[in-house]
Design a protein around this ligand. Structure first.
Ligand code: NAD
Length: 359
């Protein structure tokens, strides 16, 4: 039995999550490996219920689950609260407690949506990039961090520190993912000027030589990579990057694909993982049943692949989405001509019925 905790959250979170639950129910009805799931309050919804964004009870369930699926959190109602009580704090605590050290952000261009990108379709054609970003180390966590005044001058510091274990474990994740894809990893660093990035390059090379020689490994300096991703996006498969470089390059890759409503993500650790769409709770459209559920459904497809090794099911969900889009169906955010515009439920139902034909 696989146990999944579902945290719909706030705003459009519950709307897009319900579409994912329809898909889990369908797959459960056709498969021996059933997913047992339970919903719980999280973020603003939990604050309203018990005064905190992530209650101990919910955290305990998360720790015992095989995976956590999250909609989105936040909204104007809770924006003025103290930092530590805000909905987003629940998310940071959850990631920390589950020790999810690798953030996975795929950026796949659906050919039927290529015109929504800022790049020309002929450059984008075939682009399917998967960014693996180190999430719990590097410059965002380096100590001593400070901002102070010395002799009348303001000075601030955030050290960039990695040890070899932190680099090796995220490198392994990237190579494992590449094995399930097109068997190429491009590792980003700045080894020409930073010792810590030379260590990054050395460790990635060692991990590759020791266990992943079937995967092609390319090293790029981050500045060059920022250009190459725009120039030749379709030649990349998995991009491996430190926390800071990964933060930046994953947004660059996201821009290639066009819409926030299409971007899934996962944060994975040794044994736990959190799956969630990249977008937030979209308060401007919440409650209207017009959100695009595809980012959430693609996140669910990632859960089947990376937590449960069900590549076949995961690929079928992806195919169902591709076909629905190829037939011209759109939610409002990805529509260019207002034809075939579906609401959130209708898009979910269409993907469910396409998937049903494949199972
Ligand atoms: P947002 O992603 O919620 O929305 C940005 C814009 O994109 C909005 O115009 C919204 O309508 C649109 N959009 C987003 N997802 C969409 C979808 N699935 N379908 C159609 N349109 C979509 O970002 P924001 O407005 O900056 O943040 C709103 C709230 O969400 C804030 O409280 C923020 O802190 C929170 N947030 C949460 C997460 C998370 O839960 N992981 C991530 C980002 C922001």
């Amino acid at each position: 039995m696989r146990n999944v905790l579902i945290l719909p959250g706030d705003g459009i979170g519950p709307e897009v999550t319900e579409q994912c639950i329809k898909i889990i129910d369908l797959i459960n009805s056709k498969s021996k490996n059933v997913i047992k799931y339970q919903r719980a309050l999280f973020g603003g919804a939990s604050i309203d219920d018990c005064g905190e964004p992530l209650s101990k009870k919910v955290l305990d369930i998360a720790m015992k689950s095989d995976a956590v699926f999250l909609g989105a959190v936040g909204g104007p109602k809770w924006e003025t609260m103290e930092h530590d009580l805000k909905p987003e704090k629940g998310l940071l605590t959850l990631r920390k407690e589950l020790q999810t050290f690798a953030n996975l952000r795929p950026g796949k261009v659906f050919s039927s949506l290529a015109s929504a990108s800022s790049l020309r379709p002929e450059i984008l054609n075939g682009t399917d990039i998967f960014v693996v970003r180190e999430l719990t180390g590097g410059i965002y966590f380096g100590e001593p961090r400070f901002s102070k005044e010395i002799d009348g001058k303001r000075i601030a510091s955030n050290p960039l520190i990695y040890n070899e274990d932190e680099i090796a474990r995220v490198a392994k994740s990237a190579f494992e993912i590449a094995r399930k894809r097109n068997k190429k990893v491009t590792s980003l660093d700045k080894a020409n000027v930073l010792e810590v990035m030379q260590l990054w390059r050395d460790v990635v090379t060692e991990v590759h030589e020791n266990a992943y020689s079937d995967i092609e490994l390319e090293h790029l300096y981050i500045d060059n990579a920022a250009m190459q991703v725009i120039k030749r996006p379709s030649t990349f498969d998995v991009i491996l990057a430190s926390n800071l470089f990964g933060d930046i390059i994953s947004d660059e890759v996201a821009e290639l694909t066009g819409s926030l409503g299409m971007l899934p993500s996962a944060s994975i650790g040794e044994s736990k993982a959190i799956y969630e769409p990249v977008h937030g709770s979209a308060p401007d459209i919440a409650g209207q049943n017009i959100a695009n559920p595809i980012a959430a459904i693609l996140s669910l497809a990632m859960m089947y692949k990376y937590s449960f090794n069900e590549d076949n099911i995961s690929d079928k969900i992806d195919q169902a989405i591709t076909e629905v889009l190829d037939e011209g169906n759109r939610t409002r955010d990805i529509s260019t001509d207002n034809n075939n515009v579906l609401n959130c439920n209708q898009m979910g139902d269409l993907i469910v019925s396409k998937l049903e034909q494949k199972l």
